[in-house]
Ligand binder design. Sequence first.
Ligand SMILES: Nc1ncnc2c1ncn2[C@@H]1O[C@H](COP(=O)(O)OP(=O)(O)O)[C@@H](O)[C@H]1O
Ligand SMILES: [Mg+2]
Length: 215
Amino acid sequence: MESQGTSSSHNIDSQNRWRAEQAIAGNAEALQALRELITFPLYYSREAQKLGLKWPRGLLLYGPPGTGKTSLVRAVVRECGAHLTIISPHSVHRAHAGESEKVLREAFSEASSQAVMGKPSVIFIDEIDALCPRRDSRREQDVRVASQLLTLMDSNKPSSTSVPQVVVVASTNRVDVIDPALRRSGRFDAEIEVTTPTEEERFQILKVIMNLLNL
Ligand SMILES: Nc1ncnc2c1ncn2[C@@H]1O[C@H](COP(=O)(O)OP(=O)(O)O)[C@@H](O)[C@H]1O
Ligand SMILES: [Mg+2]
């Protein structure tokens, strides 16, 4: 598990604040969805309570490797000043029975303790296909890890009194091999495909990288 707190304050109106577009290009739809998912529950909490609105709590990003899924999540988290807890297959898969489940529980509890303090809190499960594969291709270890993950996602319900919530974002290169139970309502109920960039987007990506290189 990796954890990252951003030092920038959560300042929406500042003209000079860092924007995700400084690190990534293209992927407009995913960018917008991530921004809304992370910040709307915070900005529109009163309206949501009055209208009885519920935000999706899980977003699944899928698409070919190298299309910027991981970078996209990191950039939006940085932009929003959110707290980021990363769960990756290599951080979860441990030799001793029960340890992997513990890593998952700790990640969720760390994320919710940040949310309780009023900070947007994001759990990013990178390469979720390795943690929660389809049932027919699971090993014994996978069964326990996958069921722990589903339990944690199901218990991550926003209560009516506490506004802050934990948003769970997952990414996969192989959407066809993940457990379909993950995509049920109340879990990853929003999905966005991250596609290979168009010619124009490739040009924009190159510009972003050139800027970062500061040539
Ligand atoms: N749309 C993009 N904008 C900027 N950089 C990108 C983009 N897509 C990919 N990259 C770069 O390519 C590399 C791989 O991206 P990554 O986020 O790891 O892809 P994925 O998680 O989809 O496999 C990163 O170094 C990233 O900076
Ligand atoms: Mg990735």
